[in-house]
Design a protein around this ligand. Structure first.
Ligand SMILES: [Zn+2]
Length: 335
């Protein structure tokens, strides 16, 4: 399909690429300058050879989109890209374990390959920016929590993602607050928030309870009917909602720690709004109510009424936020 690059008045439109690199697939979307989605795309993440083909694949996607749509570089406003790792202000990623990357300057490399201005950001920060730009633009401060296999966070202050000097600002998954943890976190520490509050952490805790000889409720738990090797966080949520004691206590523990973690964030930055996204947000109000209760019980009192709400954008937050890294209206471009 050919896209008309000129409007009736002859004014030339501009287009923005939003790219979200995940461990399994690369999601991409193209937006026009009025924020309309022109197209959405997805292709597999090629992790062969330490992920060294990924940025080439992104560049190939960009150039084939431009060819198919008759677009030259003059109508492309930029490429925004989110990656699963800490990203410095100059676009350097200091290791992405999920992709096999060591130190890669994503911005410089993609600009070299495409000739198009590029801005790179951490995936959680970028998702936060997407949710903010889509539903909360105008708030002075905004904190986004993403709950999935891990726990991530993104802080938006005055319309811009806060990255921190090491690119690791808002990484609340590694807040050291879980006091009864016996495993090591993927980061090499013990007792990180994501060990209790991620989907992975919930499954691990459920299995630990089920295997506990001293826990009399374990033997009669409805979780016993599941194949232990295939147990998911959703199974634990479902059984908790149905009244199972073991599943319920695992979810309560996750919500308790998450509420504490968010309270720590609030004490540091006092955001106007806290938004929960990621796959686990699908657990809905059942889980959010528990998180809110823990938050209110743990936070410094002037901030106890901070709204904690479910994200609106779902999986689209990544590509939408990435495009907003380069859209001039959002004023997010880092120098
Ligand atoms: Zn950790």
């Amino acid at each position: 399909m050919m896209i008309m690059m000129k409007t009736d008045t002859g004014y030339e439109k501009r287009y923005y690429f939003g790219i979200d690199i995940g461990g399994t697939s690369v999601k991409a979307a193209v937006f026009d300058e009025s924020d309309n989605t022109v197209g959405t795309y997805e292709f597999a993440t090629d992790k062969e050879d330490n992920g060294s083909h990924i940025l080439n694949d992104v560049a190939d996607f960009v150039s084939s989109w431009m060819n198919e749509n008759g677009a030259d570089a003059s109508v492309i406003g930029g490429i925004g890209i989110g990656v699963p790792g800490a990203v410095l202000d100059d676009g350097t990623v200091n290791g992405c374990v999920n992709l096999g990357w060591g130190v890669v300057n994503v911005k410089a490399e993609l600009e070299r390959l495409t000739g198009i201005r590029t801005v790179a950001g951490n995936d959680a920060n970028v998702a936060a920016l997407g949710e903010y730009a889509g539903y909360y633009a105008g708030l002075s401060s905004f904190f986004f929590v993403t709950l999935g296999t891990g726990v991530g966070g993104g802080l938006i202050m005055n319309g811009r993602p806060v990255c921190g000097i090491n690119g690791a600002a808002a990484e609340i998954g590694h807040l050291p607050i879980v006091t009864d943890e016996d495993r090591m976190c993927t980061c090499g520490k013990k007792g990180c928030l994501e060990q209790a509050a991620s989907a992975t952490g919930i499954v691990h805790e459920a299995l630990k309870r089920l295997n506990s000889a001293s826990d009399s409720s374990a033997a009669v738990s409805s979780l016993q009917k599941y194949d232990k090797a295939a147990l998911t966080a959703k199974d634990v949520f479902d059984e908790a909602k149905a009244g199972d004691i073991v599943a319920g206590s695992v979810i309560d523990r996750a919500a308790e720690y998450l509420g504490r973690g968010i309270a720590c964030v609030a004490c540091a930055v006092n955001p106007e709004c806290i938004v929960i996204g990621g796959g686990m947000a699908a657990a809905g109000e059942y889980f959010l109510d528990k998180v809110r209760a823990s938050y209110r019980a743990n936070v410094f009192y002037p901030m106890k009424d901070t709204p904690i709400v479910k994200a609106e954008l779902g999986n689209d937050a990544g590509v939408y936020g990435a495009a907003h890294l380069v859209m001039p209206s959002s004023n997010n471009e880092r120098k």
